[in-house]
Ligand binder design. Structure first.
Ligand SMILES: C[S@@+](CC[C@H](N)C(=O)[O-])C[C@H]1O[C@@H](n2cnc3c(N)ncnc32)[C@H](O)[C@@H]1O
Length: 501
């Protein structure tokens, strides 16, 4: 980070989340006379910092919220404003909890910004404070690069500043930071407006800490590493949760969607009805009476239905690609729902109810040989199904297609060798972020598959084209990066091998 900060004794440096002062120490090593402002929210940490830097006239420790610090060009005795820093360096907190009142204040101050996330809010604020031509170096998670909720930050960052470099690496480099597959990055920004030809250097081939360190040693450590992309390509599809094509960015199913397990009645034989006797594994269940089936026109009330048409379709386990017929119905009368939600010892599990009756994707929890996924189409789903609810609707068909491929089955088996597709494993499947063009292409194929499934079964040709599409997307990411993100295999199966070969 210091090698990117390019600090000298003339600089005014701000560390907006100073912690124990490791970054300040590093700055002092390079520029012992630089003027340093340290902000720290916790009073005990701030007190420690004051002790630590008490004999340094050029280090000012402030016990304050960095987001409340205002900077100006012309500091005056009559304001609390400070001069703008020429350098800002930080590894701000991420995922820190904010009280609802504080969040409301921040929402008003930063319209459209995703203020629940602390790292991105601090980054956004620091960009505002940075002196013209100043430099900012942050160590942060890399989710701001693609998650829809960071759109406002991305527009500002890539639209108004020069983003010189993004070094991406696994969060595993930091023991104890449980980030699943999400990566971390060191981003270097200069406060200058970009031009149409400005480029960003992306380095995402770092496999270990030593390689990261080598990058810091000298220009030689950086030569030939990474690639440059046009900075404005980051703004393409900025509102679509799309990565610029060719940047090879990978995330996980859990990054793109909420992944949840479903409902359990507590006594299926009592509360469930089958559509007809042909339904597999339905011996011992009663048939549903058609006159008791609720209309699909309206979403069932979460507290249950008062009238006599109170049986609603529920999606249960069992392989099905793209579409799943209504085979099971659940008693959703008001009295049944009060039984499912009865407090005290209750075998029923009314879990994740905010996700009931939504459009999403259902993946059977236990699948014999391969992963299948089908549309939930606003139905309830039971605990034998993992419900996947994309945060951005634009990704629905993309994820549906992916979760029906052999390739996804292979990836999942690498994550977990057993045939259990639990929510936690599915969340971790790596997914290349699609570009707008790729989404258009796959949407057309998946829509075709859905139409064919509705008419009988998906044609081999359609399925082949879908498999090929994902195979290409993963190839673009690169076998090496993918391998790095997957747990070491127990068997010899290779996630990079051809899914159909
Ligand atoms: C990951 S640590 C930073 C470590 C630090 N860079 C160092 O070198 O030791 C994040 C620190 O930010 C502080 N913090 C969290 N929210 C803050 C805020 N809004 N303003 C200032 N400091 C904050 C936390 O108390 C914590 O000490």
């Amino acid at each position: 980070m210091m090698s990117r900060l390019a600090v000298n004794d003339m600089d005014i440096v701000w560390e907006p989340s100073a912690g124990a002062g490791h970054l300040i120490d590093a700055v002092l090593e390079c520029a012992p006379r630089a003027e340093i402002h340290a902000s720290e929210l916790r009073s005990d940490a701030a007190a420690q910092l004051r002790l630590k830097y008490g004999n340094r006239a050029n280090v000012a420790v402030h016990h304050e919220d960095a987001l409340d610090v205002e900077m100006t060009h012309q500091p005056s005795l009559f304001t609390l404003n400070r001069p703008r820093p020429t350098r800002i360096i930080a590894n701000p907190p991420y995922g820190a909890w904010q009280a609802p009142e504080r969040r409301a204040v921040l929402k008003r101050r930063f319209p459209g910004l995703y203020v629940r996330e602390t790292y991105s809010t601090i980054l956004h604020h620091c960009l505002t404070c940075l002196s013209p031509e100043g430099r900012l170096v942050f160590l942060i998670p890399d989710t701001f690069l693609w998650l829809h909720r960071h759109e406002v930050l991305r527009r500002r960052l890539f639209g108004e500043f020069l983003v010189l470099e993004i070094i991406r690496f696994s969060s595993k480099f930091f023991p104890g930071v449980a980030f699943g597959y999400s990566g971390m990055c060191i981003i270097t920004v200069s406060a200058q407006p970009p031009t149409p030809s400005s480029t960003t250097r992306i380095i995402d081939t770092i496999t270990n800490v030593a390689a990261l360190e080598l990058l810091s040693r000298s220009e030689a450590g950086t030569r030939g590493v990474g690639r440059t992309v046009l900075q404005r390509s980051f703004l393409r599809g900025v509102d679509q949760e799309c990565a610029p094509s060719g940047t090879g960015i990978l995330c996980t199913v859990g990054d793109l969607a909420e992944v949840r397990t479903g409902f359990y009645s507590g006594n299926d034989r009592k509360w469930l009805r089958r559509a007809n006797p042909e339904v597999k594994r339905s011996t011992g269940y009663a048939d549903v009476i058609p006159e008791q089936i609720a209309s699909r026109e309206e979403t069932p009330p979460i507290r249950g239905i008062a009238g006599s048409r109170h049986f609603i379709p529920i999606v249960r386990g069992g392989a099905a690609s793209f579409l799943k017929r209504d085979e099971w119905y659940l008693d959703w009368s008001s009295s049944a729902v009060s039984e499912y939600t009865r407090p005290g010892k209750n075998p029923a599990r009314f879990q994740n109810s905010a996700f009931y009756f939504r459009d999403g994707i259902g993946v059977p929890m236990v699948a014999s040989s391969r992963l299948t996924a089908s549309l939930l189409e606003g139905r309830l789903f039971d605990q034998g199904i993992v419900g996947i609810f994309p945060q951005n609707e634009a990704h629905s068909l993309y994820l549906l297609g992916l979760l029906n491929t052999h390739f996804a089955t292979e990836l999942l088996r690498r994550i977990n060798g057993t045939a259990n597709n639990s929510a936690n494993y599915i969340k971790r499947i790596p997914v290349p972020i699609p570009t707008g063009d790729e989404l258009e292409q796959i949407d057309a194929l998946v829509l075709r598959a859905i139409r064919e499934a509705r008419e009988g079964s998906v044609a081999d040709q359609t399925m082949g084209a879908i498999e090929d599409f994902y195979q290409l997307s993963y190839e673009r990411i690169g076998h090496e990066l993918l391998e790095k993100l997957l747990p070491k295999t127990m068997s010899n199966s290779s996630a990079g091998s051809s899914p159909r070969g």
